[in-house]
Write a protein that binds this ligand. Structure first.
Ligand code: FES
Ligand code: MG
Length: 597
């Protein structure tokens, strides 16, 4: 380090942290940059020795209980980083608690993204550990690492232990839907409702169901962004702390190898993730987050590719809400590598995709075995065929997705059983403008909702309800539930919780608030959905559609409630549609920004 350049190793790339801590061209600033990082005990020798500075992007806090265990895991991360020759610097990421943030946690995905981009870009960091877990923390962290493109590795917090209630597994999130039905049907009272819900969240960690958290953590591994086998280890298990240590060691090596997100997040990686998403029964939020990640790393990924690559993949993982089991069972059965190995045998995995451990997806997962075939099924004996998403379009929207594998037999018999018109159904639309409108009116018998009605929810996309509300899956009116009608087709421009098993048509883009066809729909209209053709249309003439559009007024728009905070207003002005990843449009052009330092 005689010249203050280099890392002391001839031929090695200069670490970007040297621009702060060891810049002979600017000794004044070097002193200033060094000074405050010395005042809690780091020495000048450490900071100028050429050791890589590794950020720990800490998403855990008292406000974000799902990720709070990362405060503990960070200790083992630090030990791994230190042992491999790095210096750990931990810093907070804007908290995003799925079950705590009003009006919706997804409003903050892009805010946490922006904040993390600024930290990774503007501070002396050579690499970063992304502490992922709760639903939106995973995409927020990955998106920021993609934009900045410094070496980055993800560490899951791990799922909670299995929930139990009276001898039955209770899954976090999923149990809420069941408990609501039970309370609506008068089977439990309010205290019973709370007890049942709380039983599903028995420990630290992310949701133990195949909701958005298990989905996104599994996909972070399928994308190659975390160590193989690490996504599914339950938070309280000793292996979780052990993998934290190994993750800390590995990021230091990644900096030396200059292994960056752009080397890992290739088109092949996204195709692998889409296929794994189908096989695990992944959340309908995954297309939104993967679209965002692809746009920030600069990989073209069209929403229709979810159908092209993913629709025909069978469901292998038997986790709630589609199946029976929970996170601990998934881990014991072999987790993500066992699923990938099943798909590999069918030639469905791009095996050469590189991962954070420097090896390929194929090398990491070849030979991984299923340890419990009740929980992870072999490809030849799936739980369901065609577990991926259909992508629909028509005069209602340009694109929306549907998870057809969750359509129940009862639902199929009711709607999709006409032999002359297979996979299609028509019905009368009842339209709700946002969740409050729905809650006010759903049980009003004068709406005339019957078992052939289609429920529509609009005003709930990224603009209409800032961040997009998880409200499209609507329970039928109580009087229908009492008659045994447990679900109606639901269609909307919002999202659906990954822990819900409803066969809804979701993420409709453009949303009503952006002038999409849903803004033109009126209660009482006939609507036709054809799953075979992939269409969704209001059955009225083009002239009538145009007349309705004209009647919406000079601003062309559907009206929605105002913003309550500055960020809601800022994001509404610049956010893209759910089908395009709900990214901040001006952010996408900034790629590989660390190259400017
Ligand atoms: Fe945080 Fe499900 S609410 S992981
Ligand atoms: Mg959710």
């Amino acid at each position: 380090m005689a010249d203050g350049h280099g890392n002391g190793i001839p031929g090695e790339k200069r670490l970007r942290s040297r621009a702060w801590f060891d810049n002979p061209a600017n000794p004044d600033m070097t002193a200033l940059y060094l000074e405050r990082y010395l005042n809690y005990g780091l020495t000048r020798e450490e900071l100028q020795s050429g050791k890589p500075i590794i950020g720990i992007a800490q998403t855990g806090s008292d406000l974000s209980p799902c990720n709070r265990h990362h405060l503990v895991l960070a200790e083992r991360l630090r030990e791994g980083i230190r042992e491999a020759g790095g210096i750990a610097i931990e810093f907070p990421v804007h908290p995003i608690q799925e079950t705590g943030k009003r009006p919706t946690a997804s409003l903050d995905r892009n805010l946490a993204y922006l904040g993390l981009v600024e930290v990774l870009y503007g501070y002396p960091l050579d690499g970063v550990v992304l502490t992922i877990g709760c639903d939106k923390t995973t995409p927020a962290c990955l998106m920021a690492a993609a934009t900045v493109n410094i070496p980055a590795i993800a560490l899951s917090v791990g799922p909670m232990l299995n929930g139990w209630y009276k001898g039955q597994r209770t899954g976090s999130g999923t149990i809420v839907w069941k408990a609501r039905e039970m309370m609506a049907a008068g089977e439990i009272d309010y205290a019973g409702f709370v007890d049942l819900v709380a039983s599903s969240a028995p420990s630290t960690g992310y949701c133990n169901t195949m909701g958005t958290a298990t989905t996104m953590n599994s996909l972070a591994e399928a994308l190659g962004m975390q160590l193989p086998g690490s996504a599914a280890i339950p938070a309280p298990y000793r292996e979780r702390q052990q993998i934290a240590y190994l993750t800390g060691k590995r990021i230091v090596e990644m900096v030396a190898e200059d292994l960056k997100p752009s080397d890992i997040l290739t088109k092949d990686a996204f195709i692998n993730a889409i296929r794994v998403n189908s096989a695990i029964g992944g959340s309908t939020n995954a297309p939104i987050h993967l679209a965002a990640l692809a746009r920030h790393i600069g990989v073209p990924l069209d929403i229709r590719e979810w159908q092209e690559y993913g629709h025909d993949i069978p469901l292998l993982v038997n986790l709630q809400p589609a199946g029976e089991y929970l996170g601990e069972d998934y881990h014991h059965a072999g987790g993500v590598p066992a699923v990938v190995a099943q798909l590999m045998k069918q030639g469905l995995i791009r095996e050469n995709a590189l991962t954070v451990n420097g090896k390929t997806m194929g090398d990491n997962c070849r030979g991984a075995t299923i340890e419990d075939e009740n929980v992870i099924r072999p490809f030849e004996r799936p739980l369901k065929e065609k577990a991926g998403f259909l992508v629909l379009s028509g005069n209602l929207f340009d694109n929306a997705i549907m998870k057809t594998s969750v359509i129940s037999q009862e639902f199929r018999d009711r709607y999709l059983s006409n032999p002359n018109d297979p996979e299609a159904f028509e019905g009368k639309a009842i339209v709700f403008d946002g969740p409050e409108d729905y809650h006010h009116r759903i049980d009003d018998e004068s709406l005339g909702i019957d078992e052939y009605t289609l429920l529509f929810m609009r005003g709930t996309g990224a603009i209409g309800y800032p961040g997009g509300a998880e409200v499209v899956n609507m329970r039928p009116p109580a009087y229908l539930i009492k008659r045994g009608i447990l679900s109606l087709p639901c269609i909307g421009d919002g999202r659906q919780s990954g822990t819900s098993g409803s066969p809804s048509i979701l993420n409709a883009s453009p949303e009503a608030a952006a002038g999409g066809g849903l803004a033109l729909l009126k209660s009482g209209d006939r609507v036709r959905i054809d799953l075979r053709k992939g269409t969704a249309d209001i059955l009225i003439s083009d002239e009538e559609l145009e007349a309705r559009r004209a009647a919406l007024g000079a601003d062309g728009g559907y009206h929605f409630p105002g913003s309550q905070t500055p960020w809601q207003e800022i994001q509404r002005g610049i956010v893209d549609q759910l089908g395009n990843g709900m990214v901040l449009k001006p952010a996408v052009k900034y790629q590989r920004v660390a190259e400017t330092y």
